[in-house]
Design a protein around this ligand. Structure first.
Ligand SMILES: *Cc1c(COP(=O)(O)O)cnc(C)c1O
Length: 401
């Protein structure tokens, strides 16, 4: 698949399979709320029980709508199989717990989604799994941190909130040479902008709550990879109970039908805002991989097709941290069209003031180390008219001092 156009065809037809596609005459999938499915014979029951990754057995093991959606998700990420789960964190916790046990070692990034960071720095070490965190920009640091017992390398690119990148191809090649599994959180880029499997990454994870769902109306997660690896994660998911609901599988399939169109528009809106804000006198810095000023722009061009829908900005707001913090708060409060909310990937533009969001969970020192300046505002572009968004940002900036 090499063009936006063929991806757009894929999301419309890619959940059909060769065998039963023809008998599926309803254009929209059915939702089966059943928690359990009956067998028509003893032999059939034995078959259902022994082949439990069967979408008609017991709903914690899967459901038919989910199976259809997973077929499409696997194709989108260029993988053999996909497993939907209850949330992005459900997918992350289940995947991590299926790959490591006490005595194993993980190498991961310093900058990860907050929930992932908590699993890596608190839950897993408490279970006897060693974790080393390294600067994602430094490929050699990943290599230097691996040990004989390293089982997994966890990546996330672009990362939150400074849109910092990790070199997927270089780290995947090293990991392969050492037999270490690689896992990449591809939520921010979406498969429209980046396909980690094309660079040799083993497992690709998403918070489907964001771009894949795309309408701010569902919580779900997915992991894609080789069939045996996904089967192993599924085995853990039925024990952990991180299954997705049939209704959310339906909603996700509905959202996926427009994924390439939506993300193309979000890419355009984010780039237009990044270019506008970069030259605005009230702005100190814009972080966006598609801007030539991004320190890893060359890497962005190698592994991403476009910069994605998320950018972040730092406001000028005077001398000290205090004023920057205040200016960012004023800016966010003055926006009229962009909504003030966490999350991203929906049809509406959302903004968050990072320092306010992380004030409770990070110390000022941790924030400095994560490059979160007090004036940093993350913008997740929606599908609105670009000129309207620009006008909204301009009027809000005119109110900051
Ligand atoms: C939102 C998010 C998650 C967690 O997903 P949920 O669906 O909220 O559980 C994980 N990784 C990234 C990069 C995210 O943005």
């Amino acid at each position: 698949m090499n063009s936006d156009e063929s991806m757009q065809s894929l999301v419309i037809h890619g959940d059909q399979d060769a065998e039963n596609g023809a008998e599926e005459t309803a254009l929209a999938p059915a939702i089966y709320p059943a928690s359990t499915y009956s067998a028509r014979s003893l032999a059939e029951f034995a078959q259902m029980a022994n082949q439990p990754r069967h979408s008609r057995y017991y709903a914690r093991y899967g459901n038919p709508t989910q199976e259809r959606c997973e077929r499409l998700l696997a194709r989108l990420e260029g993988a053999q199989a996909a497993l939907m789960m209850s949330s992005g964190m459900g997918a992350m916790s289940t995947t991590l717990l299926s790959r490591v046990r006490a005595g194993d070692h993980i190498v991961a990034q310093t900058a990860h989604y907050m929930g992932t960071a908590q699993l890596l720095t608190d839950l897993l070490p408490g279970l006897g799994v060693d974790v080393t965190l390294v600067d994602q920009r430094d490929t050699d640091a990943f290599i230097a941190a691996t040990r004989a017992n390293t089982k997994l390398i966890v990546l996330e690119t672009p990362s939150n909130p400074t849109l910092t990148l990790t070199d997927l191809a270089a780290i995947a090649a090293f990991a392969k040479s050492r037999g270490i599994t690689t896992l990449a959180d591809n939520t921010f880029a979406s498969p429209v902008n980046q396909r980690p499997r094309d660079f040799g990454i083993d497992l690709v994870l998403h918070s489907a709550t964001k771009y894949l769902g795309g309408h701010s109306d569902l919580i779900a997660g997915v992991v894609c990879g080789d069939a045996d690896a996904v089967e192993r994660i599924w085995g853990r998911s039925i024990a952990l109970g991180t299954n997705v609901s049939p209704f959310n599988a339906f909603l996700l399939l509905r959202g996926l039908r427009t994924l390439p169109m939506r993300v193309a528009r979000q890419n355009e809106n984010a780039l237009a805002l990044a270019r506008f804000l970069e030259t605005h006198p009230a702005i100190a810095r814009v972080h966006y991989p598609e801007l030539e000023s991004h320190p890893q722009h060359a890497l962005a061009k190698r592994q991403m097709r476009h910069g994605g829908g998320v950018l972040s900005i730092e406001l000028k707001g005077g001398e000290g941290d205090e004023q920057g913090f205040h200016a960012a708060q004023q800016f966010v409060a003055a926006l009229k069209m962009a909504r003030h909310a966490v999350s991203l990937g929906g049809v509406e533009t959302l903004v968050v003031h990072a320092a306010s969001m992380w004030e409770a969970s990070l110390t000022p020192e941790q924030m400095r180390r994560a490059d979160i300046s007090p004036s940093l505002v993350r913008i997740a572009a929606g599908l609105e008219d670009a000129a309207d968004l620009r006008a909204d940002m301009a009027q809000a900036l005119s109110r900051t001092s």
